[in-house]
Design a protein around this ligand. Structure first.
Ligand SMILES: Nc1ncnc2c1ncn2[C@@H]1O[C@H](COP(=O)(O)OP(=O)(O)OP(=O)(O)O)[C@@H](O)[C@H]1O
Ligand code: SF4
Ligand SMILES: [Mg+2]
Length: 338
């Protein structure tokens, strides 16, 4: 993959496994297996895929947050920020912690429930600012009010406890907290999943407003292809810990080449279309014993003998389009594949 100068984070051949021991037996879950990605400055990069395919694990590795049982078994994550290249895994944990929130921030899965329930929102913000900046209480309050005002959030939210806010407002507040130090790279894990569709739209718009105001890059994880269609510039589709396909959003939705991506898109509801949605047959594999060859082969209606023996390479098929499927690299079988 060509490395361009506008790359803000570079993932190379990453292997992130959960290694656990119970009753003397070791279990290794190969959650991320050989993933390479370039995240570009100022883009919204979507990471898609079904539950358990390694989306959150990839995001944690991007953040350099790898507490046991998660282990990095190979590969690298490098930030290219303000002219400095930082290989995240070569740093001690104390240095990685310094990068968090200032260089890269993280909105974890289920984060809207993570605000301290017995502290007012304003106190949580002040604690956060004073942990990261040498400022007085008064200065901290000034920074917070100005930031929330710029984002159009009501100052009265600061006097509330988390349970007094609606779900949508709680998530906006969580996003504001994670981004108040203006990190150039923001990672968000399923930030709208628990919200109803109308509220989701508002929260996505809020994320986009924050990104535009700060000129930051957003990596957005969600299993919801509708959300990706709405906000992402480029999308990587993960299957069983590996990139199945990556493309700009338009190409991915109009010319998906991997059978798994095609299923994901076909299962999206369409306006005025009463036809039954096509759901993906079977279930994702267990990642402690993934299938040989192409990990999608047990569910793929187009699988060929070669698919069971060796993993298909992720090949560049267009300027911004990569696919890991033998049907594409061998030119299709009997015209079955477009
Ligand atoms: N702490 C852990 N210990 C062992 N295995 C784990 C742990 N956390 C996740 N896994 C496993 O790693 C794999 C990838 O999980 P991950 O949470 O990254 O998936 P995901 O795509 O984010 O799923 P979801 O959409 O449900 O959030 C799964 O098989 C999961 O069971
Ligand atoms: S490589 Fe084979 S099994 Fe995998 S998606 Fe392509 S056709 Fe299906
Ligand atoms: Mg997850």
């Amino acid at each position: 993959m060509a490395v361009t100068t506008n790359v803000v984070a570079e993932v190379k051949d990453l292997r992130a496994y959960y290694v656990t021991k119970a009753y003397g037996l070791q279990r290794t879950v190969r959650a991320v297996e050989g993933v390479s990605l370039d995240i570009r400055k100022d883009e919204v990069f979507g990471i898609a895929g079904e539950s358990g395919c390694g989306k959150s694990t990839l995001l944690k590795a991007l953040l350099g947050m790898t507490p046991p049982p998660l282990q990095i078994l190979g590969g690298s994550v490098t930030y290219h920020v303000a002219g400095v290249d930082t290989n995240v895994f070569s740093l001690p944990e104390s240095r990685r912690r310094q990068l968090r929130w200032q260089v890269v921030s993280y909105i974890p899965q289920g984060s809207m429930h993570a605000l301290n329930p017995v502290r007012r929102i304003g106190d949580t913000f002040r604690d956060f600012i004073q942990t990261h900046r040498q400022v007085s209480r008064r200065q901290a309050d000034g920074i917070i009010r100005e930031y929330l005002g710029n984002l159009g959030l009501p100052a009265k939210a600061l006097d509330s406890y988390p349970h007094q806010l609606s779900g949508g407002m709680r998530q906006r507040v969580t996003i504001a907290l994670a981004t108040i130090l203006s990190p150039p790279l923001v990672l968000a894990d399923e930030p709208t999943t628990a919200l109803d569709v109308v509220v989701q739209r508002g929260v996505l718009q809020f994320l986009e407003d924050v990104r535009q105001q700060q000129g930051s890059t957003l990596v957005l994880v969600t299993h919801d292809m509708g959300v990706h269609a709405h906000i992402a510039d480029r999308i990587a589709v993960l299957y069983a810990g590996q990139v199945a396909e990556e493309a700009d959003t338009r190409t991915l939705f109009t010319k998906p080449l991997h059978p798994y991506t095609q299923y994901l898109i076909q299962s999206l509801p369409k306006l005025d279309d009463k036809a039954e949605r096509v759901s993906i047959p079977g279930r994702p594999p267990s990642l402690d014993d993934p299938p040989t060859g192409c990990r999608f082969h047990p569910r793929c209606p187009l699988a060929m003998p070669v698919c069971k023996t060796a993993p298909p390479p992720l090949e560049q098929v267009g300027p911004d389009h990569r696919v890991a499927c033998y049907l594409v690299s061998t030119g299709g079988r009997d015209g079955q594949h477009a």
